[in-house]
Design a protein around this ligand. Sequence first.
Ligand code: ZN
Length: 329
Amino acid sequence: MRTRLSFQSFRWVKPLGLAALIVSAVLGGVAPAGAAAPLVKTQAPGYFRFMLGDFEITALSDGTVDLPVDKLLHGMTPDQLQHALAKSYLKTPLETSVNAYLINTGSKLILIDAGAGKLFGPTLGFLVANLEASGYKPDQVDEIYITHLHPDHVGGLVAGDKPVFPNAILRADQKEADYWLSATNLAQAPADSKGFFQGAMASVNPYIAAGRFKAFSGSGELSPGIAALATSGHTPGHTSYVVTSQGHELIVLGDLIHVGAVQFGKPAITIGFDSDPKSALAERLKVFNAAAKDGDLVAGAHLAFPGVGHLRVLSQGYEWLPVNYTVIR
Ligand SMILES: [Zn+2]
């Protein structure tokens, strides 16, 4: 009965639709009565949640930033770069995600990286808004693990000179802290790099002053199910984090990769932000190969949000397999 009805209405709607088109053409394309809805022009709340064994992982967006990747990437000609971007329907400047990851282990709430806060322009700094949209409050965060002290990863730790996460212990590699929090290194840095040191100091020092900063050295477990993995090269103490629950593994890469559309296919391409590009490349290959071999999930701070997926080794480079959409049951 239902089928018959819809077939009949189809037969009637078709000529009516044609008549409406003719009338509309005669009237010179005047739209039918009724105003169009105004454009909303906001994005959906920037969080994506999935389970990793017993752990609940929430990818949090801090926003995006337009990167002049033509000026930043090293190891390819401008033509090669345009071609690589065009293959993914992208161009420079490239709108690039800044992501952080919140892990609820069931006994602790741990945030990996904190976004840019006010340090990287008005298109970033939305981490707390998205954390709240996702159902948590900043004062619930127990620990924060930082991949490295660049401004787009630590700026969100503070609002002015106050910690945004008042109950959290802040952790980063000792070498990273020694490098970026050093007054001597700041004094010796070229004028256009001083901001990196100042940003790191402004973001971390309030936690040090509150007795809430605790450095670690190299690889090792920081809390049950979450281990630091030393991956220095992008910065002197760059750290990735391996999250494990019930045999499932997620590697939070930090900045082992910046431009997925280029560097998955050509992992030898480095970026101007790398302090030691050779080591950055070696760590990228090491971690990518291990993740591909073991079938681990990886999460990248600058891969298109939520930046979570699997890797497959190809004859040249890697294939990126973004994670399947899921609802939490
Ligand atoms: Zn970064």
